[in-house]
Design a protein around this ligand. Structure first.
Ligand SMILES: [Zn+2]
Length: 113
């Protein structure tokens, strides 16, 4: 038998399984195993090109010239991008770049400042 994780709300260790759910008898919180208390978003880990953990609001620089889809613009290597937002998908960074506007980047082509 495997040990059940503690309650993500009150940290009680007396959690039990109920079908595919976990239940906390102390605060009556119910959640799915492997899911995080506030929806699971925090469980996603996005790293930059050198393995630094990226978070919403971080500042990054672009490590490679990137063509902007549907235009002739290029985001030059070394471009600083402030206040990124992590999103789901192939391009996992949502941001606004001076002179270009809103666009999406891949975390593998950036580096945290
Ligand atoms: Zn609890």
């Amino acid at each position: 038998m495997t040990a059940l994780p503690p309650c993500p709300k009150c940290n009680s260790e007396y959690t039990y399984e109920d079908g595919d759910q976990l239940v906390c008898p102390e605060c009556a919180h119910e959640w799915k195993a492997g899911e995080n208390a506030d929806g699971g978003d925090d469980a996603r880990v996005i790293k930059d090109s050198v393995g630094n953990l990226l978070q919403d609001g971080d500042t990054i620089t672009v490590i490679k010239d990137l063509k902007v889809k549907g235009s002739s613009l290029v985001v030059k290597v070394g471009t600083k991008v402030k206040n990124i937002r992590l999103v789901d998908g192939d391009h996992d960074i949502d941001c606004k770049i001076d002179g270009i506007g809103a666009m999406k980047l891949k975390s593998e082509f950036v580096r945290k400042v």
